[in-house]
Design a protein around this ligand. Structure first.
Ligand SMILES: Nc1ncnc2c1ncn2[C@@H]1O[C@H](COP(=O)(O)OP(=O)(O)OP(=O)(O)O)[C@@H](O)[C@H]1O
Ligand SMILES: [Mg+2]
Length: 366
């Protein structure tokens, strides 16, 4: 980023802010300051005596179409930036300034300033919003993951200490009860760690789209067979509606199976006992292939829908925790869908039920 900015500063120092008069000879014309600034993709401004002398298209888009000729304090309504650009004591240059909220509440821009050797200053704005959001997410993720691991760990430590107590050791029923809690909480930690590792594996592969031809019907039958054999009484409610005429999808078989297990697991957990959980496949829009899981149950209120695929997001934390949920199931689903270059569609009617559909691209014919 700094290299093109530095070269632009150099070019402007050599040139002039005025358009060069038409050359008498056929020698190639030097680009004017305006032309140089315009060629830059990031917002770039030339400021002279506190007024904006030139602004490229990106800068006009960010700060307004009429900023050329305006007082810089009005164009960039940001105290730190205004102070730096109007201060006569300062020979512009020095450290970049971070501007928060310019052109949008959550936006962050880095402002680089360079003096042009006369009374002009070049201002270059670099969008840092995405990097900042990613950093925020990373910090939140570490905090959430630590918290989720600490809760079962605290329970395990507490019960182990109590077990050490003679009274608890001598009563077999109490001992058994304590050991059960320790066992369940240790398993909870185990599941959480498995899910976290799974997420990071999927993320690490996200730029490599799977290419193997996978018969989606077969994956559905396999998952159905595993679910049917489970001890859960809800497993009898799972039914399949497979379109046998579908072409194979371009997929990673293990990940598609994991995706389906997560969706069916949710439908069984959050759907009403005794109502069907339907897994279906069919044709989606274009050449895409659809995989859906539908349940009848409490559904999800619309305000929660946009956040469901965030890591650790649960509509009712206590309830999810009591049925063994970690809040990572749909985050894993989302990442698998993204890696497959597919689409995830969550539709839900509170009080009626939920339908989660995944659209996957067909395998390429070789
Ligand atoms: N079919 C559904 N019906 C109603 N609510 C659902 C359904 N699927 C997911 N949810 C809601 O979305 C939340 C997030 O789901 P997700 O699968 O990510 O986590 P979880 O089921 O709580 O835990 P995990 O899947 O990691 O064991 C759930 O806690 C639940 O509140
Ligand atoms: Mg789940």
């Amino acid at each position: 980023m700094r290299r093109p900015f530095a070269s632009l500063v150099g070019a402007l120092r050599r040139g002039s802010t005025e358009r060069a008069p038409a050359p008498a000879s056929p020698a190639p014309a030097q680009p004017s300051a305006f032309e140089l600034v315009e060629a830059f993709g990031d917002p770039v401004l030339v400021v002279r005596s506190g007024r904006i002398e030139a602004a490229n298209e990106a800068a006009r888009k960010l700060l307004g179409s009429h900023i050329v000729g305006e007082d810089v304090r009005i164009a960039i309504r940001h105290p730190a930036a205004a102070e730096r650009l109007t201060s006569s004591a300062e020979m512009p240059g020095g450290d970049p300034i971070e501007l928060v909220g310019l052109g949008g509440r959550d936006s962050r821009w880095q402002m680089n300033i360079a003096g042009l050797g006369d009374d002009r200053t070049l201002v270059h704005l670099v969008d840092r919003s995405e990097g900042h959001a990613a950093e925020r997410m990373r910090v939140d993720f570490v905090a959430n993951a630590s918290h989720e691991l600490r809760t079962p760990l605290a329970a395990i430590l507490g019960y182990v200490e109590t077990l050490d107590d003679d009274a608890a050791l001598s009563d077999p029923a109490t001992r058994k009860r304590f050991l059960r809690v320790i066992h369940d909480e240790a398993w909870r930690m185990h599941r959480l760690i498995e899910d976290l590792m799974s997420l990071s594996r999927i993320e690490a592969e996200k730029f490599r789209a799977p290419e193997t031809a996978v018969d989606l019907g077969e994956v559905v039958r396999e998952v159905h067979a595993v679910v049917r054999d489970a001890a859960d009484p809800r497993s009898r409610d799972v039914v399949c509606d497979i379109d046998e005429s579908l072409p194979p999808v371009a997929g990673d078989r293990a990940q598609l199976s994991q995706l389906l297990h997560n969706l069916v697991g949710n439908a069984m957990k959050y759907g009403r006992p005794g109502t069907p959980v339907t897994i279906s496949t069919g044709r989606g829009p274009g050449s895409m292939i659809r995989l859906s899981v539908e349940d009848e149950g409490e559904g999800i209120a619309p305000e929660h829908l946009p956040r469901l695929t965030e890591r650790f997001y649960r509509v009712d934390k206590e309830r999810s925790r009591s049925v063994g949920g970690t809040g990572l199931g749909l985050a894993i689903v989302k990442h698998i869908v993204e890696r497959h270059r597919g689409r995830l569609d969550i539709r839900s009617m509170p009080g009626k039920g939920t339908n989660i559909s995944v659209l996957l691209p067909p395998a390429r014919l070789s």
